[in-house]
Each structure stands twice: as C-alpha cells, then as structure tokens.
Design a protein around this ligand. Sequence first.
Ligand code: TXA
Ligand code: MG
Length: 331
Amino acid sequence: MPTDSLNIMKNSDIAKAVQVLREGGLVAFPTETVYGLGADASNELAVRKVFQAKARPADHPLIVHIGSVNELPDWAEVVPPAAKQLMDAFWPGPLTLVFKKRSYVLASVTGGQDTVAVRMPSHPIASELLQAYGKGLVAPSANQFTHLSPTSAAAVREELGSVIDLILDGGACELGLESTILDVSREKPVILRPGMITRTMLENVLGEPILVATNETTTRAPGRHHLHYAPTTKTILLPTEKVAAYARSLTPTDLPVVFVVRHETVLPHETGNIHWVTMPPAAKDYAHELYRMLRTLDQQHYQQIIIEDVPLAPEWEAIRDRLTKASYTQC
Ligand code: TXA
Ligand code: MG
C-alpha cells in the first residue's frame, strides 16, 4: 500500500464508502489518532454489526463522529459553555466530549447510559467522508476487542479484514494514540481517557483544574477492561533504573526477549536472544510509533516485551496510560 495514498484518494472511494454506509455496511477509515470502524450511528443493525465485528461487549459505548459542529445538537441534549470553549480550541481534532444524550440516541451506541460521546476528527479523509455522509458515524478503533488499535490500513486488514466492506487507506495515522475523552455532562469536567490533548492543554483553555477519572469517579471509564490495548506477548513495564538488572536476571528459558527503550545506555549489550529497539525521545514521535512497534514485535515470537517507563510529564500521560494497560506486570 502506498504511504502517500492520501494524495491519491479518489472521490469515487468516498462515494463508494457513502454507498456502503447507507446500506448499513462497515467502512474503516483513517483519523488523526487511529483507524476507526465506521457505521451509521442511527442504524441499529449497522451498529450491531460493529459490536459483532470487534467481539466487543454490548455495555461498552461507542463514539459518534461528526463532520460539522452543526450536527452536534442531533446527539447532545445540552452543550455546556465549557464544552463550547473546548470545541472552539480543539475541534476538529483528537478530543472526544461526553454529553447528556438526546432521548432517541440508540442505547446500543451509548451502552444504555444517559450520555453520548462525540468527536469531530481533523483527518482530511475522515472529514471528507463524514461531510459527504452528512450524518454521525460510530467509529470505534478498528481492532478486535482488547487488541492494539490499528494505525495503518494494513493493521486494519490484519485485525478485521474479513468482516469489513471497505477500507479507506490514508497511510500512517499522525498521532497514533486514541483521542482524549472528557466528560462534560457532569458539574465538573472529568478526563475519562488521557490523550495527546493533555490535561494541561484543557486546563489552559478552561482556566480551572480538571479531574482525571479514577474508579471511584466513574463506573465505565474507557479502557479499564483487563488488558485493554494489549499485545498478546507478555509485556512488562520497568522503570529506567531497573532495566539493566532485569536484563541480567533473564535465564535461557525466558528468551528470546525484546527491550523497548528510550535510552540506549540502559542495556548492557545485545546478544543473540536479547534484542532491543530504541524509541524516539519526544512524546509526540514516541506516540506515533508505539502501536506500530508493539504490533510488529508482537508478531515476532518473543517470550516477553520489556518496556522502559516514560517520564512523569503531562505530554507523556497518555503514553504511560496505554503502556500500563498493555503490560501484565509493573515493577
Ligand atoms: O481516537 C479515537 O477516539 C478513536 C478514533 C477511531 O476516533 N476511537 C476510539 O474508539 O478510540 P473506541 O470505541 O475504541 O474507544 C471509545 C471509548 C470506549 O472505551 C468507551 O468506553 C468510551 O469511549 N465511551 C464512549 N461513549 C462513552 C460515554 N457515553 N461515556 C463514557 N465513555 C464513553
Ligand atoms: Mg478501542
């Protein structure tokens, strides 16, 4: 697949996608975060197909994607002033907002809750598709439930190729991590899933501190399912200072393994059965690479993937969240 396929995306591909969606089919499309599995959000049968395709539990709600702010009142009952400020600042873009829902929004979309999550993506193919369709699309990440989100059309094909009617190829996703989810349906906004739009960025717009969900503040925070966003290979997250000792402690039965590090100096040396890959130093570049890297390593029959932990800084928060969810053990 050409990586510059964005430039060669034809109008006929969008027209075909619209046709498939009108008929209740499934279209995978690129967004600036990860690839989504799109279906008409007001078509019960189409929404049901999404759950079947992903083997996703029915109480796990979906995000409605829109192509214009004018469509928001179709889904949200109330749009609080804080939400308007954030939409002005970050839409279109990787921020999902959770609103009180309109009464008619399908329970299958909301997981039976009284709220609906809405996002307006900035990726040109996503925008073009959503505007051409003119109605909201549910679009969970285009992967099997609990697997890593796909950041390329090839990864979508691997995950769901046999059950999708059409895949729009936009090359590699720019951000590589799922959107920030902020619940604005409560008195105080709460981050349900960290993303590359950080808490600090949101606080700078609203001028007040924002809470991050814990299990106490939310009953259905996304990605809290055991081993969400996980490779199938045993994955371990280690602080920088423990990496070298861990490498030395490995016995022949543990091998082969691969270390995913940020500092080349943390490891003694590469041997036949101890491999390592170095990730980019900046959070933005690290996020862009992460799922692609984990997906590749997951296919290489390692016994373990050992990941060096990332800094405790706001721009790394979403990455740490996904690494924690990907790893079986934390030391
Ligand atoms: O970046 C993204 O958001 C990607 C792209 C494709 O747009 N989509 C995505 O969708 O990550 P999904 O379905 O994999 O994750 C959506 C998360 C779910 O974990 C779900 O729990 C949460 O959004 N969610 C949806 N509706 C919600 C609601 N009403 N209240 C709280 N959480 C909700
Ligand atoms: Mg997902």
